[in-house]
Design a protein around this ligand. Structure first.
Ligand SMILES: [Zn+2]
Length: 220
């Protein structure tokens, strides 16, 4: 079920205290309207009534889509719910077919839901990001620029087109704005192939972090 409380927060601009809705758990079968708000990030934004500043709320939440069997635990750094995680892991294992993920920021929760909604595999997406980044790095000169790009986070944004004509858009910050790079469906298929030939590249059981660090661990 969805658990919605009220919480006190301070505006990052004027410091005034406000009360906002805090979504401790989000069940999108019960509250389908919340799915879109997670996918566009608006669920965690609140506007200060005193100065108009739009703030990002940071708190722990569990996103659950029972129909698509996806659970994503958004856990800002420093918060631990190991006991609860283990209990839920056991429970979902009994039901079978669940994807369980752990993320530490709102953007990553958004991304996990977008990937799952597009019917894609987030492990394959991490591989696509890596391959794309390496191709982009090979085209630029200067060690400093290359290292800067290597450290840049890439996020899945959307998948468009039909069948073999599909393409994916990845977004990344570049000189203060967001840039996009499109990759063909063949890249996704190639990465899927690499992963099926390397079955040891697999997330741990339970709520796993699948991000660039996860992949780097296997590529070292
Ligand atoms: Zn304010």
């Amino acid at each position: 079920m969805s658990i919605i409380n009220e919480g006190a927060v301070s505006c990052t601009k004027c410091g005034n205290r406000n009360t906002i809705q805090v979504y401790r758990s989000i069940n999108v079968a019960e509250n389908p309207e919340l799915k879109q708000k997670v996918m566009d990030g608006s669920l965690f934004l609140w506007e200060c009534p005193h100065c108009g500043q739009v703030n990002l709320a940071r708190y722990e939440t569990l996103y659950h889509d029972p129909l698509k069997k996806l659970m994503v635990w958004l856990m800002p750094e420093g918060e631990i719910s190991e006991t609860q995680m283990q209990a839920i892991t056991m429970h979902t294992r009994a039901m079978g077919g669940y994807t369980l993920r752990k993320v530490s920021d709102m953007g990553s929760l958004m991304e996990k839901v977008l990937i799952h909604e597009a019917g894609l595999d987030d492990v394959v997406i991490e591989m696509c990001k890596y391959v794309t980044k390496m191709e982009m790095i090979a085209k630029i000169t200067g060690k400093e620029q290359q290292e800067k790009l290597l450290a840049t986070p890439f996020h899945f944004y959307k998948c468009q087109g039909e069948d073999e004509g599909r393409y994916l858009t990845l977004m990344y910050p570049s000189d203060g704005t967001m840039s996009g790079v499109n990759i063909g469906w063949n890249v996704y298929q190639d990465c899927l192939g690499i992963l099926s030939r390397n079955p040891h590249i697999r997330p741990e059981d339970g709520f796993a972090s699948v991000d660039s660090e996860f992949l780097e661990h296997f590529l070292k």
